[in-house]
Design a protein around this ligand. Structure first.
Ligand SMILES: [Zn+2]
Length: 468
């Protein structure tokens, strides 16, 4: 009797024998084609959240996500997060947020996986080699819009739960999901939902896991920081309608000329006064060509930057059109680094552009609006969550992970942190060359399958974190 109790205790205490990792990974290997088929079905849905005409597809995508989670045994809810106001004054239903729960054992830790199933716009004529909404396997790479951002990682998480269940192995932790459909346009409705469910859905959550980013190299990575983003519209409005450039050119202050004059080098120079982070220092250079690696990473992770994305109202079709546009709107954004406050940035940028504009003494009207104000996020890479990440990477890939930060923005990370107070880890499985938001986005079979194994191992490692 004594002996068997000692043995059981040994098994439980070491925790080694109870983790049937080989069986679990074997299951992944033997179900690769099935997992890819599901991804194919998801990629086929044009869940572009920025295009309101695609909203029915987006609703369908949320339904499919809920259905998949139900199929693997989750308690699923579709949470109504209200409507979106459109510029023409009408409103449109936001896609519901899908939540799911697997297990409620109070003796276990509870993780919450966040992901999104909406995508950036994509058209074949943008320069895709294949139909963006038809998953295409070329040399082990699976091409399709949303493949890496973020449909395959979301599926890899769902498959992780599925694999445990299929083999009748208890999940080592309770797992919750929160999957949204508006990430690419600013997660409309999600902040309010997180606040509303802080003491319900999130009350028993210990950790939040986000797999919405990519590795830096061929080596797996753990991400412990992201930049924020302030997105601005600068609108210059002049004559009541477009003017003939032969009749009016030279006699009016053109809105486009005004707009161009307030953008460009002056705005970049102004940005240097925005270096208010204790972390950032030195000169900011906007041409990465001569920077060596350390500088390059510092510029991607730790320095703010400004990008001009486009000018609405400008003539952009092929051919010639001799018109003076009556109203033009520049779109630009400033990536935020730790200790920058979007509210301060908004005021500085608005004041500065108005001061530059005033000097032109133009009769036109300038209007600056900040439409996105997302704070940066930074975690402690020595937190047990990251130690668990390192152990999982070592188990699956037999290497130490890169500890990296992300130049891009995942605003919801900061919201999760501020509202729920929970610790967050970003655990990417996408490759560095996946081309998120770009033409020919892909995820490799390797990253999709080994990434699923990484998640399987990660749940086990998190269950080993001592409760305190
Ligand atoms: Zn994403």
């Amino acid at each position: 009797m004594m002996n068997s109790i000692t043995l059981v205790c040994l098994l439980l205490c070491t925790g080694v024998s109870s983790f049937r990792f080989e069986e679990l990974t074997q299951y992944v290997n033997s179900h690769e084609e099935e997992f890819i088929e599901t991804l194919r079905q998801w990629i086929a849905v044009e869940s572009d959240s920025s295009d309101v005409t695609k909203r029915p597809d987006l609703h369908r995508m949320m339904d499919m996500t809920a259905e998949k989670l139900r199929l693997v045994g989750g308690s699923v809810e579709m949470v109504d997060v209200g409507t979106q106001a459109l510029p023409n004054g009408s409103s449109l239903a936001l896609p519901k947020v899908v939540t799911a729960r697997f297990g409620e054992d109070p003796s276990k830790r509870t993780v919450c996986v966040y992901g999104h199933v909406d995508v950036q716009p994509a058209k074949k004529e943008d320069g895709w080699a294949t139909d963006p909404y038809e998953l295409t396997d070329i040399d082990g790479n699976l091409y399709g819009r949303g493949a890496s951002d973020n449909k395959a990682p979301v599926l890899a998480w769902i498959h992780t739960v599925e694999v445990y269940k299929a083999l009748n192995i208890d999940l080592p932790v309770n797992v919750k999901f929160i999957i949204e459909g508006m990430e690419e346009t600013g997660s409309n409705g999600l902040d309010d939902m997180i606040v509303a469910q802080k003491d319900s859905f999130f009350s028993d959550v210990d950790y939040i896991i986000i797999s919405d980013c990519v590795w830096l190299s061929r080596r797996p990575a753990l991400t412990y920081g992201t930049r924020g983003n302030c997105y601005f519209f600068a609108e210059v409005e002049g004559p009541k309608k477009d003017l003939h450039s032969g009749v009016y050119g030279g006699t009016v202050m053109e809105p486009m000329t005004d707009l161009i004059s307030i953008l460009g080098a002056d705005l970049l120079r102004q940005l240097k006064t925005l270096h208010i982070s204790s972390e950032t220092h030195g000169n900011t250079c906007f041409s990465p060509s001569w920077l060596h690696q350390v500088d390059l990473l510092a510029h991607r992770w730790r320095h703010p930057t400004v990008s001009i994305h486009g000018i609405e109202g400008a003539f952009s079709s092929p051919g010639t059109k001799t018109v003076i546009p009556a109203k033009v709107i520049a779109k630009f954004s400033i990536r935020q680094v730790p200790n920058m406050d979007p509210a301060v940035v908004e005021k500085q940028v608005t004041d500065y552009l108005h001061s530059v504009f005033a000097k032109r003494k133009s009769p036109n009207k300038l209007n600056i609006t900040m439409v996105i104000g997302a704070k940066p996020w930074l975690a402690d890479p020595k937190h047990p969550l990251y130690e668990a990440g390192k152990a999982a990477v070592k188990r699956v890939f037999a290497v130490e992970p890169d500890l990296i930060r992300e130049g891009g923005t995942i605003p919801i990370a900061r919201t999760f942190q501020d509202v729920t107070g929970k610790s967050i880890i970003m655990l990417p499985i996408g490759g560095f060359d996946d081309g998120l938001h770009s033409q020919n986005e892909k995820i490799s079979r390797y990253n999709y399958m080994e990434g699923t194994k990484l998640f399987i191992a990660y749940l086990h490692e998190v269950s080993q974190i001592k409760k305190y």
